[in-house]
Design a protein around this ligand. Structure first.
Ligand SMILES: Nc1ncnc2c1ncn2[C@@H]1O[C@H](COP(=O)(O)OP(=O)(O)OP(=O)(O)O)[C@@H](O)[C@H]1O
Ligand SMILES: [Mg+2]
Length: 283
């Protein structure tokens, strides 16, 4: 596996405020990595620095071993990005929005039509190709911005909170599309999210970010295994006590002894975050 991206000591300050406080990681070809953290953790700021929208205060970024600040033009060819608040032209059709991206990325004229048709097909939007985007649902717009980001055939796709604000069913259908992009196109993905389930379901590796720092990194299984697989939640009058066990049977034994109301559930990355920070990701 070849390394696409390497990030060393990345820092971004806004005045006195440190949004990103020294971040290091790398991403290999085809890898699916998540950046999971609460509001304000520094996810978007990180993505903006990695995609050339914001200059780092300190640190270095390399694409295929080349310094991003000195080879930005070449590196941008490797990068596809879907921003947290993404911009489609509402008055243009789906096809026209994609065509505009082709022009902006210098895709040769003779290749544009076939790439657009393939993208519309891939996103399940072929029959809506000539509809103005303002008539699209939230889910359809997200599908369109994702395939738009792939038109110039990047090596890594950055997805900043791709399913935020969508209802659960539409979120799931978007997950299917994102997994298809990763698997069928062998595309590396860096996805930011504050949805626990999204990180657990989709990502091979999750980096947990809090207050601008990556505080833990590993596969969802690796991150959870130190806690134990099951949690017994005991509902006290003023707080919930959490006890961790490796097997459901052990948890069940303890549950039987409990006089207070209690329940057993599987450990999630929320528990990992809570253990590390004393706070919840989603409050
Ligand atoms: N342009 C800016 N000027 C000043 N402060 C900023 C700016 N952009 C971000 N910040 C601050 O930096 C911190 C990190 O913000 P960022 O948008 O990266 O977080 P995030 O993890 O993407 O959060 P969310 O989940 O809400 O999208 C926040 O405290 C935010 O207020
Ligand atoms: Mg953000």
């Amino acid at each position: 596996m070849k390394e696409i991206l390497k990030v060393k000591g990345l820092v971004r300050k806004f005045g006195d405020k440190t949004a990103v406080a020294g971040v290091d990681f790398s991403i290999q070809e085809g890898e699916f990595v998540g950046l999971l953290g609460p509001n304000g953790a520094g996810k978007t700021t990180t993505i903006r620095m990695l995609t050339g929208l914001l200059k780092p205060t300190e640190g270095e970024v390399f694409y295929y071993g080349k310094d991003f600040s000195r080879h930005a033009k070449e590196a941008k060819g490797f990068i596809g990005v879907v921003h947290q608040y993404s911009n489609l032209d509402r008055d243009l059709t789906a096809y026209e929005n994609l065509y505009l991206h082709c022009i902006l990325h210098g895709i040769p004229k003779e290749e544009r039509n076939s790439r657009i048709e393939e993208s519309l097909e891939f996103a399940g939007l072929a029959e809506h190709r000539d509809r103005q985007v303002k008539t699209f649902s939230g889910g359809m717009k997200r599908r369109l911005v994702i395939v738009r980001a792939l038109l110039h055939e990047p090596k890594i796709l950055f997805l900043d909170e791709p399913t935020v604000g969508l209802d659960p069913q539409i979120r799931r259908s978007l997950w299917d599309l994102i997994v298809k992009v990763n698997q069928l196109k062998s595309m590396a993905i860096l996805l930011t999210t504050h949805y626990i389930e999204e990180a657990e379901r989709l990502c091979q590796r999750v980096m947990i970010i809090n207050r601008g720092k990556i505080i833990s990194s590993g596969s969802p299984e690796e991150l959870k295994k130190d806690l134990g697989r099951y949690v017994l939640e005991v509902f006290h009058e003023d707080h919930i006590e959490e006890r961790f066990y490796n097997t459901r049977e052990e948890a069940l034994e303890e549950l039987k002894k409990c006089t207070l109301s209690s329940r057993i559930r599987e450990v999630t990355l929320e528990d990992v975050f809570l253990k590390l920070t004393g706070r919840r990701i989603n409050v």
